[in-house]
Design a protein around this ligand. Structure first.
Ligand SMILES: Nc1ncnc2c1ncn2[C@@H]1O[C@H](COP(=O)(O)OP(=O)(O)O)[C@@H](O)[C@H]1O
Ligand SMILES: [Mg+2]
Length: 357
C-alpha cells in the first residue's frame, strides 16, 4: 500500500522554480487520493498560464515513481488559483490590478493592454480592463464599442453600480463610454481623478483574477490617484526602441520605483521592435534601433517581458474592434500569449513573497 505521507514526502523534492519552494510547502497539492497503486491529485498552480505546467507534472510523477513505488500509476490534474497580495481589503473580489504604462503616447500601450487582457482570458483567467487614458481613450474602438453606454444597477444598500460591458469574455470600462467621442473633454485634475476612482469603486466587477488598467502616457495626476488609492500588483511598461521613447520610459519606470509610490515593475515590453515584410519573412528590419527595451530592462534590473514586431494586422485588428490576439492562428498572437504568461508569472512571484504560503 502507498500512503499519503510517502507521496507528500516524495513531492517535497519537487520545487516550483519561480517561487523557490517545494510544492507541498506551497500547499499546491490538493485532493490526494490513493487506491492500491493509483495515485491521483490536483496540482494547484498560482497562474493559469504557468509555462512550467508539463515540467512540474513530470517532476511529480518521477518523484513518486522513483521514491515511493516504481509501479505507481500517477494521475495529475492541473488547476490554478491566482494569488493576490495579502493587504487588499478594498476591492476584495479583484485579485490583481495591473497597470499598463508608457512614457510617451502612441507606443502601443492600449494595444498591449487589450491584447494582454485577451491573452490572459484565453488562458482561463477572469479579466477586466479599465481604460483610464483621459487624453485618448481607445478601448471603445479596440473592442468595437464606440457609442456604447454601460448600464447601472442598484444594490440592496441603495448604491448605484456601473455594469462593465462584457466583450470577448472581458469586462470593460472606459472613460470614453462617458464622454462624447467628438467633443474635447476638458478634464481637470480632480474631475478626472474622481471619474477614475468611480470606475474602480462604483462598478460591479464581480470576481476578477486580473484587472488591467490602460493608463494615460507619462506620469501625471491619474497615476498618482490610482497608485495612492488602490492596491496595485504591478506595472507593465511599454516602450518602442527609439532613444526618444526610451528617455521618457526611463522617467516612467523611475516613478514606479519612487519610495512614495513603490509599485513593483513586472517588466518591460518592447513594441514595434522590428519589421518583417510579408514577402521576406526571414528578414527583420530594426527600423527604430535594436534591443532598446531589453537594455532598459537590464539597466533598471526589471524583467524583460518580450517584443512585438510591427505588424499591419495589429493596427487593422485594433481599428476593426477585435484585438489581434483573438486570432490564435496569427503569428503575433503567440508573442502576446508569451508576454501574458510572463506577466502572470511575475505577479505570482511577487504575491508569493508577500503572502505566507
Ligand atoms: N506592433 C504594432 N504594429 C503595428 N501597429 C501598431 C503596433 N502597436 C501599435 N500599433 C498601432 O499604433 C497606434 C498607436 O497604438 P496605441 O496602442 O493606441 O498606442 P498608445 O495607447 O500608447 O497611445 C495604433 O494605431 C495601433 O494600432
Ligand atoms: Mg492608448
Amino acid at each position: 500500500m502507498i500512503s499519503p505521507e510517502q507521496v507528500l514526502l516524495a513531492l517535497k523534492n519537487v520545487e516550483d522554480p519561480d517561487l523557490k519552494k517545494d510544492l507541498v510547502t506551497l500547499n499546491m497539492i490538493k485532493d490526494l487520493k490513493i487506491t492500491d497503486k493509483k495515485v491521483s491529485f490536483t496540482l494547484e498552480l498560482t497562474t493559469p498560464a504557468c509555462p512550467m505546467k508539463d515540467m512540474l507534472k513530470n517532476a511529480c510523477t518521477n518523484a513518486i515513481v522513483h521514491l515511493v513505488d516504481p509501479e505507481a500509476e500517477v494521475h495529475i490534474d492541473v488547476t490554478s488559483r491566482v494569488t493576490k497580495p495579502m493587504d487588499i481589503s478594498q476591492l476584495k473580489d479583484i485579485r490583481n490590478i495591473i497597470l499598463v504604462s508608457s512614457g510617451k503616447g502612441g507606443v502601443g500601450k492600449s494595444t498591449v493592454a487589450s491584447n494582454l487582457a485577451v491573452s490572459l482570458a484565453a488562458d482561463g483567467a477572469k479579466v477586466g480592463l479599465i481604460d483610464a487614458d483621459i487624453y485618448g481613450p481607445s478601448v471603445p474602438t479596440m473592442f468595437d464599442l464606440v457609442g456604447a453606454k454601460p448600464s447601472a444597477r442598484e444594490t440592496e444598500g441603495g448604491k448605484t453600480l456601473i455594469l462593465p460591458i462584457e466583450k470577448y469574455g472581458i469586462k470593460l470600462l472606459s472613460l470614453g463610454f462617458f464622454a462624447d467621442p467628438d467633443q474635447p473633454v476638458p478634464w481637470r485634475g480632480p474631475m478626472a481623478s474622481n471619474a477614475i476612482k468611480q470606475l474602480f469603486n462604483d462598478a460591479d466587477w464581480g470576481e476578477l483574477d486580473y484587472l488591467i488598467v490602460d493608463l494615460p502616457p507619462g506620469t501625471g495626476d491619474i497615476h498618482i490617484t490610482i497608485t495612492q488609492s488602490f492596491p496595485i500588483a504591478g506595472a507593465v511598461i511599454v516602450t518602442t526602441p527609439q532613444q526618444v521613447a526610451l528617455a521618457d520610459t526611463r522617467k516612467g519606470l523611475a516613478m514606479f520605483k519612487m519610495p512614495s509610490i513603490n509599485i513593483p515593475v513586472l517588466g518591460v515590453v518592447e513594441n514595434m521592435a522590428y519589421f518583417t515584410p510579408a514577402e521576406l519573412p526571414e528578414n527583420k528590419y530594426y527600423i527604430f534601433g535594436q534591443d532598446g527595451g531589453k537594455l532598459l530592462a537590464k539597466s533598471f534590473e526589471v524583467p524583460f517581458l518580450g517584443e512585438i514586431p510591427i505588424v499591419q494586422g495589429i493596427t487593422e485588428a485594433g481599428d476593426r474592434g477585435a484585438p489581434i490576439a483573438l486570432d490564435i492562428h496569427h503569428p503575433v498572437s503567440a508573442a502576446f500569449a508569451s508576454i501574458a504568461g510572463r506577466v502572470a508569472q511575475q505577479v505570482a512571484i511577487n504575491n508569493a513573497q508577500s503572502v505566507n504560503c
